[in-house]
Design a protein around this ligand. Structure first.
Ligand SMILES: [Zn+2]
Length: 106
């Protein structure tokens, strides 16, 4: 995941870099290779870090107390209950931030 992001940034720099003589003299210039090395060093520090997705997953409850997730899964508690009562913070299927509403109205 972080390698994909690193490669995307490196690619962005490579595509947008240009020769110094073509540069607008009023704009600062940073060597693309230096930026590239800096980004690699930053991502090296991130190796082993857990990437937490920012996407959310909305859970809605049907009339039979079953919970249905936005990512297409179902979940049933032993008793009629709410995911937040069990301290669920993320969807256990897709990892998205869990948003829960009874019947989709709350
Ligand atoms: Zn989900």
């Amino acid at each position: 995941m972080t390698k994909d992001i690193e490669n995307e940034i490196q690619s962005w720099i490579s595509v947008r870099s240009f020769a110094v003589e073509d540069a607008n003299p009023d704009k600062p210039i940073i060597d693309a290779n230096e930026v590239s090395e800096f980004i690699s060093a930053v991502f090296k520090k991130l190796e082993g870090c857990v990437v937490v997705p920012v996407e959310s997953c909305k859970w809605t409850q049907d009339e039979d107390s079953n919970w249905w997730t936005q990512c297409g899964e179902g979940f049933v508690f032993n008793e009629d209950s709410h995911p937040h009562k069990h301290n669920f913070k993320n969807c256990c299927f897709c990892g998205g931030l869990l948003e829960a509403a009874r019947g989709g109205n709350e």
